[in-house]
Design a protein around this ligand. Sequence first.
Ligand code: UDP
Length: 332
Amino acid sequence: MRTESILLTGGLGFIGSHTAVALKNHFKQIVIIDDLSNSVMNNYYRLKSLVGDCLILYKADIASQNVIDKIFLSHNIKAVIHYAGLKAVGESIIFPAKYYYKNVYSTKLLFEVLKKNKITNLIFSSSATVYGKPLYLAIDESHPVKAINPYGQNKIDIEQMIFNDPYFQEQCSVKILRYFNPIGAHPSGLIGDDPKGIPNNIMPIILKVATQEHQELKIFGNDYQTHDGTGIRDYIHIMDLVEGHVKALDYNKKGIIVFNLGTGKGFSVLDLINTFQEVNKVKIPYSFVERRSGDVDMVFANPDRAKTTLGFEALRSLQSMCFDAWNFVKKK
Ligand code: UDP
């Protein structure tokens, strides 16, 4: 493995940056292409301090053909993890064409380059959002997909692009990873979830309340069919999630396979807040507001396929997710 390099598109994002750390001793070079649309250079310097000289950054959009060509010419790329894309669900509803272009069309261009360069080991970063409103729980990989917003549709479109391509079907090992709700941070506190602008997901919002940048957390709905009325999700520690990527990379069987990456356990918004408060001794004021449109009562994974096929199990606790997330913000 040590003579080979890996390309992480969108590698400065939350999941990509943690993966880069996890892959440190697996590849000669870890090459990132990232346009910094949802990241800042400081994240790169912090990541570099963890990964070292094998980390190489190209500051560009994946649609920049000349940069992508240069990467494949300059490095012995043997595997690709494709994270790059826009991910704000609300924004995708307002600007669906932009989302289609940046997510689906740009991926199509990238895939042409992968084929030209005979890349046979690919991981695509998908999302549990493709399942839409659950028809049953726990959600396994055979659950039907149905988008409830343009962002989810983009993920489905890309998955379909992979499934329908004879090159991927016959010559590659493609792993489609459907993430549940990754939170937490690297235990060093040097990297974490650091989105630009106003955050959409719950943990970055809790962190803003904890630092008093936001006055309170608005909990979307307290009348769901759950033990305390608030929505239930399958939160997975980012360090577990990236271990799942490492196992998926090592699984090099030909064909296209989908894996859920989740814990199989669900926690409510109030469970999450209470745990965060207990573990970190920080108060998170909150109030209840209307349900957020498109939200569902409960989502959690059936993680069995990843366990039996990859030997991967997410074992870190909700306590550790809350501790590491706050540790990152305290050290910022
Ligand atoms: N949530 C909330 N307030 C917020 C953001 C999220 O109550 O400001 C809730 C949301 O309704 C859901 C859970 O937190 O039950 C996780 O939301 P997130 O957007 O992080 O993930 P997703 O809904 O996409 O799974």
